[in-house]
Design a protein around this ligand. Sequence first.
Ligand code: SF4
Ligand code: SF4
Length: 309
Amino acid sequence: MLPLSEQDRVRVLSAVARRGARYQILRVVVITLSLLILLAVPLSGLTRVDLWSGDHRLLFERVDLIAGLKGVVAGIGICFGITFITNVVVGRFFCGWGCPVGYVSRLGEDVDLAKKSRLRRALQHLAGAGFVGTFIASMMLWWVSPAVLWEGSWTARLVTVGIFAALCFGGFAHAFVWRFGFCLRVCPIGLYYRYVTSSSPIGIVFSEKPSPCIECGACETICPVRIDPKRLGDEMPGLDGSTEAHALRYGDAECIRCGDCVEACNMIYAKRDGETPPLRFGFTANRTTPGEGADAQSESSDPASGAAK
Ligand code: SF4
Ligand code: SF4
């Protein structure tokens, strides 16, 4: 049984999916690119260490262990550098769009969304298992040649398959137990980004110009990291209660720029002709605080039932 907050998120996700999730294809493209890079580096021989047969590679040539290790460390460093630069400009965008671990959480949610159809559930399980298996394989290929499976001793094969199965089990637990809680509280890369690139010039923007927020709560309910997207960027009081002389701003370090709140807000405004959803991607300098810039109408609606009008 999912925690209540997760059930509510799935409920709003389901409403968004019924009306057409606009970012679905883009998210699949970004995550596929991410996975292809992880697979291509060791398979092409750009760099990898082979702990089984010593077939270490660097720049497509066979090298010794030390050179292979240097190549792998450099490869990890380059991947890290690219995501770091991305995060300086658009915050934790990589966490919300390009990270395979985060995407596994969505695959678990896809199974929940298919709850009424046994066939759809089975297909979603299959798709999830395929993705997790490919991701784990891509990670292992940096450290062992795939030839171990057909040329290795039975012991070498058993150890390789055992490690693969254990990591896949971890992926299963992630999809059905931890989900985005892992990204928020445990992932070392996510925790690092929280402190190093806590704000960015581009991100999620809440602005009641030109149309006011109707305070339906859909954005808060759908947010996977449990923050209020309307308050993003608000000044946080320091320990002494002052808001001066410190740069901490509400939610920017936790927000993974996944766009789910923007999807939910768009769903709510789909039938509100001529009005603009107050949540969108854009320059964070254009944010307003709730109630500022337009007379907010207090109108309630069930977030999962769609637009209020
Ligand atoms: S109208 Fe949009 S910004 Fe306002 S509460 Fe609803 S989803 Fe959030
Ligand atoms: S605030 Fe919006 S973009 Fe940020 S994590 Fe929550 S739902 Fe995703």
